[in-house]
Every structure is written in structure tokens, then in C-alpha cells.
Design a protein around this ligand. Structure first.
Ligand code: HEM
Length: 513
């Protein structure tokens, strides 16, 4: 594309059968594209031979130009593109990144976090983003090649956090060493994946692994860990966590799926159903909560179940696209070797609870990054959209909405970073004692904020925010799916209640008004 053309020359290609336009200094020959243009022929003929930068950006996302780059034939002599794109780099839009990444001082991040975020962002923007919108729109099983690329890059392992499992992958992004890797690196990984703005695609890329693998790593036998973890972390196999049933959600102790030992004591026979299982539709391993004993939580065990005869998955029609593989799972006399027990029989409840705080914490990181992205989208739109003869941002009511969105997102971020710092300094036991309450309250607050942000963003973007393709696609995906965060990992109501109940434990008996 090294050819250059004068504006005069471009202006001579101004007819339907010879149609050139200029967008941000790049010259496009749209003659062949004209009959296929989704916006119709007339609008393009109107700007034939002219600079259509303003018209283009008021109707399309920049990504369209990348997708149709084959129509670019050169550039205008002596001109360079002016429109700033943030692919692979930090956004310059105010509040589009959290404060440290926009120039503020921080006690939390060091050079390894900076290098790590840069590497992850580049990977996400170049390897994953080009596929995101298509999976978001059309669903479908995500290509295993993408998992394998994430595995090799160390991004799947990063999503599980610090720990011995990091040694199962050849390297981590930016060459961070496993013993250097902390919860801030992990938080960055979740944020960068959420920044794709494609919730079902992001969850399709290992959302099940993030919650399914930790119980195996913490409670599985050596042989089980050796068999499952490297294959999953390298993206060769997929795993999910199967706890929720039509009968039991937040009240995990009520699960009904049963596992009965065979008379020779060598197998469990599993019968039952599981529902809303993220990645279940294409998983190889199902970390499944089963009832091996009496009623309540003391009769629950965890089993690693491989896809086999009797285990079937059905794609569920949720607000997500099918890229997330959300499944209804049926177990019909599924035979599972007793060696696949995770932890001790009838002591599955602590296995289930083990990763809850971590899961809630990472949901906060992802949800708030989604809220921040949607705030950036709204800010950009408010500045570029002209209505009643002036930019939308000149309306005080729009500035007020943005003020609310920005302040809410920033306050979540600050509490999140403080909690994350404490996670890097506390043992698992200390975290359970001191952070379960704050994490629960912050999860509650982050999804309330997502609710507010979604509402304001939809009002700012109008019809675009309820249209799957085009300028509002990121806001549309968010408003369709943000509720997931307020349900999974513990509902808002349970989170709020838990937060206050944990606080009551240390409430001084002598405190009085
Ligand atoms: C390289 C040049 C262009 C390409 C590749 C292109 C491609 C597209 C595509 C794929 C869509 C579907 C909507 C979406 O996914 O965003 C679309 C819609 C549209 N385009 Fe273009 N377009 C180009 C230039 C232009 C220009 C210069 C104009 C106007 C002067 C225009 C006017 C429209 C209109 C009015 C729509 C419908 C928008 C809506 O539904 O809200 N396009 N275009």
C-alpha cells in the first residue's frame, strides 16, 4: 500500500463504476464493494471521490476498516492517519485505564506488571480480538488453536493466579517468573481479557477452567494433577466446574446429583443433572459436586469426571452467545473410578468453598473492567456524536451521566487494588478470615455499579446500544450480559448478607451509640 495519490486524482474517481474515497488519509477503491455495502449504494455514491472520514466514523467502528483493508489502495500524498487507535497500547481517553496506567503514582505495581500488561494487551489485541466479534455474534465452539496459543503464551495459567501450576507452562507473558507472579499479574490478565468487550467469547476462553481447575490443583491426587493440569493449562483439554443444578444454586448444600459406590468399591455411579455450566458444552473434564452421603453439606463430595458414555451436554440458550458453551449436563449411570475423588468423601463442601473468594475477586476485576470499557465507549461517543447541531458532550445531562459512571468505576478499582494488595501479603487462612467479607461487599457493589453504568451507557448510545452490530456493539453485549456477574459466584443478595455477617463476627460486644 505504498502508492500515493493527490486529492485531485482521487476526486476524479467519483462514479458508481469507478468509486474512490479517502478515510483518514487512506485511499479506498470501493467500486467492487459498492453492491455489497450493508449501508447501501447511494450513501457511498454521494461521497465518491471525496474525503469521507467524518461520515465513516459517525456510522462505523474502526475495526471495519481493518476487516476490509483489501480495498485500501494507497494514501493521500504527504498525509498521515490522524485518528488514534489504542490496539495493543494504552488508551489516552481519560479514565479509560485505571489511574496508574494513566500516569498516577501507585504503591501496587512494579516494572514486571508494566511489562506483563503490555505483553498481554498485545497478545489479546492481535491474537484474540480479531475473532471476538464474530464469536460474540454467531457463537460456536471456539477453535482449539486459540486455546493452545493462550496456553503457550502462559495466559491460561495466568488466569488461575500464583501457585505451583505456573511451572506446568513453558513461560509466562513478558518472561515473568513463576515466583514473581502475584495477584496483580493475575488481575491484569482478567482485566485485559474483559477489555475485549465480548463477554461470551471471553468466558468461552477458559471461564470454566478458572473455576474448575483450582479444586483439582488444591485437593486432587498427584496423579490427577499431573494428568489434568498440564493439558488444560496448555489449552489441549478443557475443564469446567459443575455444581449448580435446577434444584440448587447459591444453596449448594441442597444438590441432588448422586454418586453411589459399586459393591466392589472401585467406582462411583453418578446420576443427576447440572445446569448453567460455563464451557460445559465443549469440556473434556467436569469437576462435579455429587451427593455421596446424607442430606446437607456433610454428604457432598467432588469428583473429576471425564466426558464418557452416559454424560451428555446440551447447549443452553442464555443471553450469552454459544461461544461460552453454557451447558445443561446430564449424568446417566456414569461410571467414575474412585481414584477420581477430589479430596475426601463427604468432605466436598470445603473443596467447593476453597476457591470462592478468589472466584468472586476475579469476577469483580472482570466486571469492573467491562464497566470501564463501556464508560470509555460512552465518552468517545458523546464527544464524536453531533446532535441538535453540537456534540452530545455539550449537554450537561450527558456530562452528569459520565461523571457518575467514572466515579463509580474508579471507586471500585481503588477498593479492588487495596484488597488485591492484601491478598499478596496474606496467607490463604488470613485471606479467608479478613477478606471474605470485603470481597463479598465489593462484588455486590461492582455489579450494582455495572447495572448503573449499563443503564447510563444505553441512554447515551441510544438505538446503537440495543443493536448487536455496529457502533454500539460493545455496549449492547454489556447490557445483555452484565447480570451474569451479579448472579454467578454468589448472588448480590448473598454477597451483601455475607459481607455484613462477616463484619458482625468482629463487632465489639461493648460498642454502643
Ligand atoms: C471502507 C469503507 C466502508 C466500508 C468497508 C463499509 C462497511 C460497512 C459495513 C460492514 C456496514 C454494516 C454495519 C457495521 O457492521 O458497522 C456498514 C454500514 C453502513 N455504512 Fe458503510 N462502509 C464504508 C464506508 C461508508 C461511508 C463512507 C458511508 C457514508 C458516507 C457509509 C455508510 C454506511 C451506512 C449509512 C451504514 C448503515 C449504518 C447503520 O445501520 O447504522 N459507509 N458499512
Amino acid at each position: 500500500m505504498s502508492k500515493t495519490f493527490s486529492r485531485d486524482e482521487v476526486s476524479r474517481h467519483n462514479k458508481a463504476d469507478d468509486l474512490w474515497i479517502v478515510i483518514d488519509s487512506v485511499v479506498y477503491d470501493l467500486t467492487r464493494f459498492l453492491p455489497a455495502h450493508p449501508g447501501g449504494e447511494h450513501v457511498l455514491i454521494e461521497v465518491a471521490g471525496k474525503d469521507a472520514t467524518e461520515e465513516f466514523y459517525s456510522l462505523h467502528r474502526h475495526a471495519i476498516l481493518q476487516k476490509f483493508s483489501k480495498f485500501a489502495i494507497g494514501s493521500v500524498t504527504g498525509e498521515k492517519p490522524k485518528i488514534q487507535q489504542d490496539l495493543g497500547s494504552m488508551s489516552k481517553v481519560p479514565y479509560a485505564e485505571s489511574s496508574f496506567w494513566m500516569g498516577s503514582k501507585t504503591p501496587y505495581y512494579n516494572e514486571s506488571h508494566v511489562a506483563y500488561r503490555k505483553a498481554v494487551r498485545e497478545f489479546v489485541d492481535t491474537q484474540l480480538r480479531p475473532h471476538a466479534q464474530e464469536y460474540e455474534d454467531n457463537g460456536g465452539k471456539i477453535d482449539i488453536a486459540l486455546y493452545k496459543a493462550m496456553g503457550k503464551f502462559g495466559l491460561l495459567a495466568s488466569r488461575i493466579g500464583p501457585g505451583l501450576h505456573l511451572k506446568f507452562v513453558p513461560s509466562l507473558p513478558a518472561g515473568v517468573k513463576p515466583d514473581q507472579f502475584d495477584y496483580f499479574h493475575e488481575m491484569i490478565a482478567h482485566e485485559e481479557i474483559a477489555r475485549l468487550g465480548s463477554p461470551s467469547f471471553s468466558d468461552g476462553l477458559g471461564g470454566g477452567m478458572v473455576i474448575g481447575l483450582p479444586p483439582v490443583l488444591a485437593f486432587g491426587s498427584k496423579e490427577m494433577v499431573q494428568k489434568v493440569a498440564p493439558a488444560v493449562l496448555m489449552g489441549e483439554k478443557r475443564i469446567c466446574l459443575a455444581i449448580t443444578e435446577p434444584y440448587a444454586g447459591s444453596d449448594v448444600a441442597n444438590i441432588r446429583c448422586t454418586a453411589k459406590k459399586t459393591p466392589d468399591g472401585k467406582h462411583y455411579i453418578v446420576n443427576g443433572v447440572k445446569k448453567w455450566i460455563t464451557n460445559g458444552h465443549f469440556s473434556d473434564y467436569f469437576v462435579t459436586a455429587v451427593r455421596t452421603g446424607g442430606a446437607g453439606h456433610s454428604g457432598v463430595s467432588m469428583l473429576l469426571i471425564e466426558r464418557c458414555e452416559g454424560l451428555e451436554t446440551k447447549q443452553m440458550k442464555t443471553a450469552y452467545s454459544s461461544a461460552a458453551g453454557t451447558a445443561y449436563v446430564t449424568y446417566d449411570n456414569v461410571k467414575v473410578p474412585v481414584e477420581n475423588l477430589i479430596g475426601t468423601e463427604n468432605q466436598g463442601f470445603p473443596v467447593i468453598m476453597f476457591n470462592f473468594n478468589h472466584e468472586r475477586w476475579l469476577i469483580i476485576a472482570a466486571v469492573n473492567r467491562g464497566s470501564r470499557l463501556v464508560t470509555e465507549e460512552s465518552f468517545k461517543w458523546a464527544v464524536q456524536r453531533k446532535v441538535f447541531g453540537k456534540p452530545l458532550i455539550e449537554q450537561p445531562v450527558i456530562r452528569f451521566k459520565l461523571a457518575k459512571m467514572i466515579s463509580e468505576v474508579e471507586s471500585i478499582q481503588n477498593w479492588l487494588e487495596s484488597i488485591t494488595y492484601n491478598m499478596t501479603k496474606m496467607s490463604y487462612k488470613e485471606q479467608s478470615l479478613h477478606l471474605a467479607g470485603p470481597i463479598a461487599l465489593l462484588k455486590y457493589q461492582s455489579t450494582r455499579v455495572a447495572h448503573d453504568v449499563s443503564d447510563d451507557a444505553v441512554q447515551i448510545l441510544g438505538g446503537r446500544a440495543i443493536t448487536k452490530t455496529g457502533l454500539g456493539s460493545v455496549v449492547e453485549a454489556f447490557q445483555r450480559t452484565y447480570k451474569y456477574g451479579s448472579i454467578l459466584g454468589g448472588s448480590e443478595e448473598i454477597m451483601a448478607d455475607l459481607g455484613v455477617r462477616m463484619a458482625l463476627k468482629s463487632f465489639p460486644k461493648t460498642a454502643r451509640l
